[in-house]
Design a protein around this ligand. Structure first.
Ligand code: NAD
Length: 303
């Protein structure tokens, strides 16, 4: 079996956004060499000012320099373009190289992309994450990894630097798990907001409600973390865009429909978040969904 990767091996890291920066920073901190790229040149400049890294002129060159390439992009189409597009990463890769997609992307599309890349001799591990910017900084993300077990063992030391790795099964299963996790995350936030808005309109104090929920059966990550840290203080700066959550819900819905699983609540939730995205814009913080729900309540009080 081919050996696993270890510092100071060079890793290609594409996508230096809210999550990519702290994840790549941790890899550098663990002693890996980095070659980075982002379609936003300022993102590359900012990262390179802080962390020693190569900035290849194009993606093909990045591919030729690295035996492992990580993508952390908004969605799956960007991943496909970056990897397989003209002068993309794959055009430069050497045999034995491994691709890791840590984006939250479509499980079905990932399976197709994985098959295409495997035919060219490049295994793809889908390894999306949960935990947000805070856990990316700490290196305590949950990493849901789909793909060949032997290949995963080769890249496990790299993933271990960023969080706790779970092998979820075949290619695409990590992305399936992630979209379903985010369905539950969005659903608890939506339901908590509905409950807290109703309570506040009745005269309950929202902060007291959150304190009570957090020692009662209604608690969730939304009440334990998002309400006290981002919503009640009004900072709305979780670092996770509302449009990305709306995308995750579309992916979860697509998955549920493709399996024939019931999806009444999921469909409603996906619709609500799509409407919130239309009202507030893709780049609003996802915790601002509460503002959208509050706007629905305005003026509708019954005597
Ligand atoms: P982000 O928008 O902050 O960063 C994405 C980066 O990718 C940007 O710097 C952008 O310029 C770059 N990019 C976009 N298209 C590109 C392309 N074609 N080529 C090169 N670079 C390109 O997003 P993020 O919050 O870092 O999220 C990244 C992924 O992780 C998403 O799939 C998201 O759903 C997922 N995720 C985010 C969080 C979070 O809390 N932010 C948590 C878990 C998972």
């Amino acid at each position: 079996m081919a050996s696993s990767f270890a510092p100071p091996d060079r890793i290609g890291f594409i996508g230096l956004g809210n999550m990519g920066v702290p994840m790549a920073r941790r890899l550098a901190g663990a002693g890996y060499a980095l070659a980075v790229a982002d379609r936003n040149p300022d993102a590359v400049k900012r990262f390179a000012a802080e962390v020693r890294c190569e900035q290849p002129a194009d993606l093909k060159t990045l591919g030729s320099l690295c035996r492992v390439v990580i993508t952390m992009l908004p969605e799956g189409k960007a991943v496909r373009d970056v990897l397989t597009g003209p002068r993309g990463v794959v055009a430069g890769l050497k045999p034995g190289s491994v691709l890791i997609d840590m984006t939250s992307a479509s499980p079905v599309s990932t399976r197709e992309l994985g098959e295409e890349l495997a035919k060219q001799g490049f295994p793809l591990i889908d390894a999306p994450v949960s935990g947000g910017v805070k856990k990316a900084v700490e290196g305590t993300l949950s990493i849901m990894a789909g793909g060949d077990a032997a290949v995963l063992e080769r890249v496990r030391p790299i993933l271990d630097v960023m969080g706790k790795v779970f092998h979820t099964g075949a290619s695409g299963s990590g992305h399936a798990m992630k979209s379903l996790n985010n369905y539950l995350s969005a659903a608890t936030l939506t339901a908590s907001a509905e409950a807290i808005i109703a309570g506040a309109k009745f005269g309950l104090d929202p902060k007291l409600m959150v304190d009570i929920l957090n020692v009662s059966t209604g608690r969730s990550n939304s009440t334990e973390y998002k309400y006290p840290v981002f919503i009640l203080p009004g900072t709305f700066n979780s670092g996770f865009a509302l449009g990305l959550m709306a995308k995750d819900l579309r992916l979860a819905l697509e998955l549920a429909k493709s399996t024939g699983a019931p999806h009444m609540l999921l469909e409603e939730c996906a619709h609500t978040w799509a409407e919130a995205e239309t009202q507030l814009g893709f780049g609003a913080d996802h915790t601002e969904v509460v503002k959208y729900l509050e706007s629905l309540a305005d003026g509708k009080a019954k005597d």
